[in-house]
Design a protein around this ligand. Structure first.
Ligand SMILES: NC(=O)c1ccc[n+]([C@@H]2O[C@H](COP(=O)([O-])OP(=O)(O)OC[C@H]3O[C@@H](n4cnc5c(N)ncnc54)[C@H](O)[C@@H]3O)[C@@H](O)[C@H]2O)c1
Length: 343
């Protein structure tokens, strides 16, 4: 078991990697525990949950709405939750995003933590304190920053994850390498088959390496004023693709990474052979499925959270392993989209 601490100006978080449900018992209250999970996780792991009131949401992106947050707050109120209550989200990124938001707004904020059950949430979504729900087609438009007290990542829970969801998690795992650690990126590529076979030791090792990257970035910039923006690599176009085609988050991010890398070459920031390296690895890991950019993509990007007064803070690459952020005007972005889509 590995313990990584995020001590930031915006709060502390303990990441317990490779632990078990029993390891969190000393960290949660005996009374006043409110668990938020989804129906799939409840079915498989409900019997091992710690004692507490359990609220179950529908699995998937459709649960990331303000209505679901309101329903959960109402259920908590009916069940007697007060300011001393503790919210424990047990699930993937959707549960973490929703439970984190509930915990940060219910009675102006109660304590919370996560048991992270998907590869995507163990390497990314559960870590760093971003909470959020969608506003129609716009992802994570309503949300807060609030660090979970702890995040438990039991890698054995990934055994029951459907292949498609595991592959989605590989997207965010590869992203961490692509933005900050070239060796990690190519080590994942070389070990892809064993990772897909869910070799627990190897998985634990790669998850730890990715989490260390995210933890360090979040510690230095907890509220995404600068450095943390690099974690959005692949997300600007990825979010549009995810919403339009209703595909898993990490698969859309992989597609978005290739487009962002194409933009990096187009802008003269990255040599073309680096783009090929990225493409080869994503092809090899089955992450590259051709989803054409939907019509009106630039308009959607312009309304994304990453845009500010007619420009978008876009994460580009200098090379695989080195990300930079550049402000790109919507006009220039449209010119790139025209070039990319062959218009
Ligand atoms: N807050 C952040 O910093 C952050 C970062 C990245 C992604 N996200 C968000 O995370 C979400 C995606 O998260 P996700 O990929 O974990 O999706 P998810 O939470 O929808 O989980 C994927 C599917 O796997 C099921 N599942 C979960 N754990 C399981 C297990 N152990 N065994 C079997 N099935 C299991 C779920 O019920 C669901 O059907 C997106 O909404 C994305 O925007 C947030």
């Amino acid at each position: 078991m590995n313990r990584i601490r995020i001590n930031s100006t915006e709060g502390k978080s303990l990441l317990i990697l490779g632990g078990k449900m029993d390891d969190i018992l000393p960290l949660i209250p005996v009374k006043g525990l409110f668990i938020i999970t989804d129906t799939n996780v409840m079915k498989i792991y409900g019997s091992s949950f710690p004692p507490g009131e359990v609220f179950v949401i529908e699995p998937g992106e459709k649960s990331k709405t303000l209505q679901v947050v309101e329903d959960l707050c109402r259920q908590m109120l009916d069940a007697g939750a007060d300011r001393a209550s503790f919210v424990l989200g047990i699930g993937g990124g959707v549960v973490c995003d929703v439970a984190g938001l509930v915990a940060s707004v219910y009675m102006r904020g109660v304590r919370h933590a996560f048991v992270s059950t998907t590869l995507l949430s163990q390497v990314d979504a559960s870590i760093g304190g971003k909470t959020g729900v969608n506003l129609g087609d716009y992802k994570n438009t309503i949300g807060t920053f609030r660090q979970p007290e702890f995040v438990l990542c039991d890698h054995n829970m990934l055994d029951t994850l459907p292949d498609e969801e595991f592959r989605s998690g590989m997207g965010e795992l590869l992203k961490h390498g692509a933005i900050r650690d070239r060796n990690l990126f190519f080590d994942i590529s070389a070990a892809a088959d064993r990772l897909f076979a869910r070799d627990p030791l190897l998985l634990g090792d790669f998850i730890r390496r990715a989490v260390k990257i995210k933890a360090e970035v979040v510690r230095r910039d907890p509220k995404e004023k600068g450095l943390r923006r690099i974690l959005n690599f692949g997300h600007t176009f990825g979010h549009v693709i995810e919403t339009h085609y209703k595909i898993p988050h990490g698969m859309a991010v992989a597609q978005g990474m290739i487009i962002a890398a194409g933009l990096s070459v187009w802008k003269g920031e990255m040599p073309h052979p680096e783009l090929r390296l990225l493409e080869v690895t994503l092809e090899k890991t089955g992450m590259l499925t051709a989803y054409p950019l939907p019509a009106g993509v630039t308009g959607m990007v312009a309304r994304d959270k990453k845009s500010q007064s007619g420009s978008v803070n876009f994460v580009l690459l200098r090379s695989v392993g080195k990300a930079i952020v550049r402000s790109i005007s919507v006009t220039e972005l449209q010119a790139f989209v025209n070039y990319y889509t062959g218009k």
